[in-house]
Design a binder for this molecule. Structure first.
Ligand code: GUN
Length: 281
């Protein structure tokens, strides 16, 4: 029987901590504020944005909603980012991804002032992570690290295998695990004999985006398994891990839903409060 890593419970503790810090800032006359930009009407993105705004309310962060039509031009979006960058009452800027195809996501990310980059996607934030310097850390991998800490799982000396090399999850996840002294392997779609590499892992992080791809044959008995996948399927939301098959083999496992998802949002709150604290000096 594996320990089920309860992301909702850990996220609640993280939010409480952020709420205390937000309260302290408010007492100094600074109300943390997150600008949330949503372009188009993708229902999944709209639902993520709603949940983020609900979290803001719970923590005492003001969220400012900027909903733009799917036909918005690059110039209009750039102008909005410039305005938010220049607005001292806005501490964090979140542009919900993915953007409609006609917009250049890379240039939008680079346009956000690094001091307001609460998603941790800006090249400067990623560069600071690579260098091991303080900066905004991408919310999903930061949330995974926080979950591990909450359950007393210290990556030091562990063989960690990250499946997925995205710039949002896989790459920063590998760096954060390295920072905490794990021996890290990053796998991807071209990895040969993926199952054999995964079976070497004491800590396996699945961030592939393929429903239930990680089955028991990928998991060493006693491994810690973290499921970053969010796949909307006919049977509802499922992770990248075949939970029913893997749970009996693992020592600890994060479920979907109720695992990494709420942690990602909680870390966004932490980053936004930190951005406000940084601006308040
Ligand atoms: N789309 C999926 N995940 C994320 C995220 O963490 N931040 C933003 N801005 N968009 C996303």
């Amino acid at each position: 029987m594996a320990t089920i890593i309860d992301g909702n419970a850990v996220a609640a503790v993280v939010r409480e901590r952020a709420a205390r810090e937000a309260g302290e800032l408010l007492a100094r006359g600074v109300r943390p504020c997150l600008a949330v930009v949503l372009v188009g009407d993708d229902p999944a993105s709209a639902s993520y944005v709603r949940m983020k705004e609900r979290d803001c309310e719970a923590v005492g962060i003001e969220s400012r909603d900027h909903r733009l039509a799917g036909s918005t031009t690059q110039a209009d979006l750039d102008a909005l980012i410039d305005r938010l960058n220049g607005d001292p009452s806005v501490h964090g800027i979140l542009v919900q991804m993915p953007l409609p195809k006609h917009l250049d996501a890379e240039s939008v990310i680079e346009r956000i002032a690094p001091a307001k980059d609460v998603d941790g996607f800006h090249p400067e934030s990623l560069g600071l992570l690579v260098r091991g310097l303080p900066g905004f850390r991408a919310c999903t991998p930061a949330g995974v690290m926080e979950m591990l800490k909450a359950y007393g799982i210290d990556p030091t000396g562990m063989r960690a295998v990250v499946v997925g090399r995205s710039v949002i999850v896989g790459k920063p996840m590998a760096l954060m695990l390295m920072e905490t002294n794990a021996t890290v392997t990053v796998c991807h779609s071209r990895t040969r004999d993926l199952a054999a590499v995964c079976r070497e892992a004491d800590l396996l992080v699945a961030a592939i985006g393929r429903p239930k791809m990680i089955t028991a044959e990928y998991v060493k008995p006693g491994a810690v398994v973290i499921d970053v996948g969010i796949n909307r399927t006919g049977e509802g939301m499922v992770g990248d891990v075949d939970f029913a098959g893997v749970e009996p083999v693992a020592s600890a496992i994060s479920p979907v839903p109720g695992g990494v998802g709420p942690m990602t949002r909680a870390m966004l709150m932490v980053n936004t409060v930190a951005a406000a604290a940084g601006a308040a000096g």
